[in-house]
Write a protein that binds this ligand. Sequence first.
Ligand code: T5A
Ligand code: NA
Length: 213
Amino acid sequence: MTISKKPRGRGAFIVLEGLDRSGKTTQSQALVEGLRKHDVPTEFIRFPDRNPENPLSKAISDYLSSKTELDAMTAHLLFAAQRTEMRSSMEALLAAGTTLVVDRYSYSGIAYSMAKGLDKQWCSNVEAYLPKPDLVVYMEITPDQAALRGGFGEERYETRLFQEKVYQAYQAIKEDNWKVAAATENPAEIAKGLLESALQILDQCQALPLSRQ
Ligand code: T5A
Ligand code: NA
């Protein structure tokens, strides 16, 4: 029989943000592994979700691959709708003590929509009711450095000019308490720093209620 050490509070809500190819998925997965090795129950979530069986996911994939066109505000609401759809299950997991590592969240929605000229306040208002992350990691890389990681693909936002605008938008929305990771460092070094920050935040946030954005 195993006797649990100390009662665990809620899980931590950790988000990774950054430009396309900044290394978010690589680091999210490393962080999930690292936390699990420390016996922290952890789940990985990504936005956008691309599951073709889900109607919202399919609409987003079709838009990103330019199969469909949408007005910029409508596209923003579509990405926001997917996060809203996930709200209750994310909150339930956190409350049950599961830590969430989330690859892109509302800040991506805001940054990519601001890059199209939408108003920051309007963009964030529609997600004000969603849970606020305990830790946001920003993977800092310039569009030039990111472009060196392979040519642009076919997706809607994969152009040099657009990535430059997204970069500027992230600089405008970045909050003082975000952890900025130098995304061009060695992946193992980045992972080590992120795991340290995650374990620290987990300790701090367990007793705190989850807040809204
Ligand atoms: N979007 C998204 C919106 O417009 N609104 C929204 O609300 C949301 C949520 C799809 C698009 O949707 C937009 C933003 C996006 O344009 P996505 O599917 O998450 O979003 O696409 P990307 O972010 O572009 O995913 P990528 O897989 O291209 O980028 P990642 O996850 O940042 O990078 P990763 O880890 O896959 O690594 C990319 C490459 O770099 C290498 C990797 O091996 C890989 O080849 N790499 C490194 N190389 C050197 N040093 C390191 N430290 C490295 N780390 C990784
Ligand atoms: Na990714």
